[in-house]
Ligand binder design. Structure first.
Ligand SMILES: O=S(=O)(O)O[C@H]1C[C@H](O)[C@@H](O)[C@@H]1CO
Length: 606
């Protein structure tokens, strides 16, 4: 499950290194508009509403004046998203647009570089300025650091020679600094985070949110068409998690990311409700339904018949992307009273146009009654580790009535059942722990047992930048330089990589017990895979009696275990990681599940 929360996108998975790169959605002539930028050697900075904007989508420019009397490198610096990692041997791609506010015969050059915070140069290149004119020009340069920085406290700078440029005023727009990206995609993903996620072998990617789909107001909702095409045409938006979204990570980048990881998109369309509680009135949804139809056509439409599909083709992807599931809104249980008509109007309009799309409802299951009857629901739960351990049979009682379920957001986030969403002082977890991760694992054995009706499941939130988070705990934390997979990440990865392809009935765990397991078969290798979650601090002996003709006498055990509060954190990044061993197996064998552990036992049995 992905959305731009805690800089999951901007400053996280999306590889752009400069924060506030295009002064989007800021108020000119304010200090806040300069967020992440600073003056170098006395230059005067101000974000202005440019009289000649670089594009209609990017009306603001950074105006830099070189005062008389300055010497040396004078200009601007950007601190990145709470740091900039600089690695020797990597090639960084820097670019920016500039124009002089007054044409002149000025001759000079920009110095574009990377420095440590203390001013030591790591990379630098000089770019001659062809002519000081009021027309926009673009600079594209490569930076190759001569050495790696010892920390991420580094800056990207663009400067002029103070003496030569004395009195000059230059407007800048749309800066950008990219490191090498995952699969070398232009405008692509940060390699270390992308690799960490790819190693889970996820089957799907829910986008673009979560709350960040909805907008704090109707006008601030996520709009697919504002997130595709050249970056100059993307205005960005005020996201729902307290920071501006550049929308450089847009619909097509999401779809290409899905393609690169072999994932299906579970794509949301806006359902007519914003987080200030506003809902589009019944009968007024037409334009928003059209926008949703265009969004779906951008993904799967025929370029010969649909303008949005033709746009996709023109942007380099004539073939349709795979798309099976479209989620209608997010957590519409917050306003079921209007979801009844919003769901009805949207789905009755879109289903005939997209007969192969499965629309997912986001209100509580079967309440309110919706028409048409949803065949998919997205179920969310944030709870305590104990709740998860004691609700692994959540789906066992669900009627098998052709309805299927997406466990779209779940995580054990607090130890305080009377204050789930509180602060750490009230029991909220900062990072997953082995108690929370084994609670989730217990719950997931139930999802596996009920995978006839649970078609997908995803922990949430996926990512957070440690320097600026709006939510904890998260599956994978990171800072400007390092990625920190959590204990829950390893639970998700162990389940994903040991999925099997058929569920095998076994003695059922005790619903309110402390030990939980599920058994699947991997047909291609004639193996069975037994997942065991021990959710308490005492080891648990388990005896298996396997009614198969042939059972191997040895198998493998992949075990994630640790103390109740053991966590992977920046100070203990690999405190809990899976350990592999060989175990004795057979038609009957015993196994000791360690305290607070997830064990994945694999053996040939058929
Ligand atoms: O504040 S919440 O509504 O609990 O936010 C939760 C639910 C929402 O779908 C998602 O964006 C967020 C965290 O993953």
């Amino acid at each position: 499950m992905f959305e731009d929360i805690s800089h999951s996108g901007d400053g996280g998975l999306y590889a752009e290194m400069l924060q506030n790169r295009a002064f989007q959605q800021v108020t000119p002539n304010t200090a806040a508009a300069l967020n992440a930028w600073h003056s170098v050697n006395g230059a005067t900075l101000n974000v202005v509403a440019d009289t000649i904007p670089v594009s209609s989508a990017l009306p603001n420019s950074l105006q830099v004046t070189v005062p008389a009397g300055t010497v040396g490198h004078v200009g601007v610096g950007n601190e990145g998203y709470f740091g900039i990692k600089v690695t020797a041997g990597s090639t960084y791609t820097a670019s920016f647009h500039y124009r002089f506010t007054t044409a002149s015969a000025f001759k000079g050059s920009f110095t574009v570089g990377l420095q440590t915070a203390s001013g030591e140069s790591l990379a630098s290149t000089s770019v001659p300025i062809a002519a000081a004119t009021t027309a926009w020009a673009q600079v594209n340069v490569k930076l190759r650091p001569t050495r790696s920085a010892s920390s991420t406290a580094n800056n990207f700078t663009v400067t002029l020679d103070g003496a030569a440029a004395s009195g000059q005023t230059v407007n800048f727009a749309l800066f950008s600094l990219f490191p090498p990206t995952f699969k070398n995609r232009p405008n692509g993903m940060r390699v270390d985070i992308a690799t960490t996620l790819a190693e889970m072998r996820p089957s799907f990617f829910r986008l673009p949110g979560g709350n960040n789909l909805e907008g704090q107001t109707i006008s601030q909702r996520w709009q697919w068409n504002a997130t595709v095409g050249p970056l100059l045409n993307r205005p960005g938006r005020v996201g729902d998690w307290g920071y501006v979204n550049t929308d450089g990570l847009g619909l097509m980048e999401y779809l290409d990311w899905c393609e690169d990881l072999g994932m299906q998109a579970i794509m949301a369309i806006w359902s007519g409700f914003s987080l200030d509680g506003e809902a589009i009135a019944d009968g007024d949804l037409g334009p928003y339904i059209q926008q949703a139809a265009d969004q779906i056509n951008f993904v799967i439409g025929d370029p010969a018949k649909s303008a949005p599909a033709a746009l996709r083709a023109s942007l380099g992807h004539p073939a349709a992307y795979p798309l099976k599931y479209v989620e209608v809104g997010n957590e519409d249980f917050f306003q079921p009273s209007t979801y009844t008509y919003r769901w009805h109007d949207i789905v009755t309009a879109l289903q005939p146009e997209f007969p192969n799309i499965h629309f997912i409802a986001t209100s509580d299951t079967f309440s309110p009654v919706l028409s048409p009857n949803p065949l998919q629901y997205d179920v969310h739960v944030y709870q305590t580790p104990t709740w998860f351990a004691q609700n692994s049979f959540f789906y066992d009682g669900f009627e098998r009535n052709a309805t299927t379920y997406f466990e779209g957001e779940y995580a054990a986030i607090s130890l305080n059942s009377s204050d789930i969403f509180g602060t750490p002082a009230d029991g909220r977890l900062l990072f997953p722990t082995m108690q929370s991760s084994t609670g989730e694992a217990a719950f997931m054995t139930g999802l596996e047992r009920n995978s006839d009706i649970v078609f997908s499941a995803s922990y949430a939130p996926l990512l957070n930048h440690l320097a600026n988070s709006q939510w904890t705990p998260n599956l994978v934390s990171f800072d400007a330089g390092t990625v920190y997979p959590s204990s829950s990440y390893y639970v998700q990865k162990l389940f994903s990589l040991n999925r099997g392809d058929a569920y095998i009935p076994s003695t059922l765990p005790t619903p309110l017990g402390t030990l939980f397991w599920s058994v699947v078969r991997k047909t291609s290798t004639k193996e069975i895979i037994i997942k065991i979650s021990n959710t308490v601090e005492t080891a648990a002996p388990v005896t298996f009696v396997l009614p198969f003709k042939t059972v191997a006498t040895t198998g493998t055990a992949q075990v994630l275990s640790g103390a109740q509060n053991a966590s992977n954190t920046p100070t203990t990044p690999s405190f809990v990681v899976p350990k592999n061993s060989t175990i004795r197996t057979g038609k009957t064998f015993s196994y000791q599940a360690p305290p607070f552990s997830l064990s994945v036992l694999t053996l040939v049995a058929h």
